[in-house]
Design a protein around this ligand. Structure first.
Ligand SMILES: [Zn+2]
Length: 230
């Protein structure tokens, strides 16, 4: 069945169910013109005792109703059937809706950090979809950037299933000047950490031999020697 048809039937049965529930809430209708006991519904035609023979209630004018209560079985049956149809068609409509599109941004970002590759991929696709539609807020982009920075800080291959996408995203944000000064600092520090190694013992008066490294565990990047100031 097509989604639009299921939606139409869902709406129709929703309206129908509401009307039936309102009718049920109103209480039973009275038909005919014979007097009945309000408490138990006993027919009081010809009763002159002033007391209901069925339940013993005092038959004041307030305790007597005119007309017989209609059976409500048909109404209850129709209401239940209508609600059953509403659930049946409603489920079909709900199954066709892509609920992930409506997931809060912070939750989707959290999903992007999942170790489950299919969930992380799904979250990443959803974030890109929202960005394409202009629906990804600056706050969401900022927390995604923080997340990408945290991923960047990890050793290669330890950043989860969408590590490469996140790094690419991070540098795209950097290139388009979207990082805050603090984020730029953090990126520089993570990308190229200078580590200075100095020879612990040197000849008195000689130069201080040293070497330095750049990057996270990168190769030796240079050698040199400082002069001694005395
Ligand atoms: Zn009665």
């Amino acid at each position: 069945m097509r989604w639009a048809m299921a939606l139409l039937f869902t709406c129709l049965f929703a309206v129908f169910s509401i009307l039936l529930l309102i009718e049920l809430r109103r209480g039973p209708r009275l038909v005919g013109h014979t007097p009945h006991c309000r408490a138990c519904g006993y027919m009081l035609l010809g009763n002159k005792s002033g007391r209901c023979p069925e339940c013993g209630a005092d038959l004041t004018p307030g305790n007597i109703v005119i007309g017989q209560r209609q059976s409500r079985r048909a109404l209850i049956g129709c209401t239940l059937a209508s609600i059953a149809c509403l659930v049946f068609f409603g489920q079909r409509v709900a199954r066709q809706i892509e609920w992930y599109h409506y997931r809060p941004g912070s939750w989707v970002i959290a999903d992007a950090g999942s170790a489950d590759a299919s969930l992380a991929d799904r979250a990443w696709a959803e974030l890109n979809r929202r960005r394409g539609l202009g629906k990804l807020s600056d706050a969401a982009e900022s927390s995604l950037t923080e997340f990408a920075l945290a991923t960047h800080a990890k050793p290669d291959g330890a950043g989860g299933p969408i590590e490469k996408d996140l790094i690419k995203y991070l540098f795209a944000r950097y290139s388009s000047d979207k990082l805050s000064p603090a984020q730029v600092d953090r990126l520089y520090t993570q990308e190229a950490t200078p580590i200075l190694h100095v020879r612990p013992r040197i000849v008195a008066g000689g130069p201080i031999a040293h070497r330095y490294r750049v990057g996270n565990g990168g190769a030796v990047a240079g050698f040199g020697a400082f002069g001694i100031r005395q």
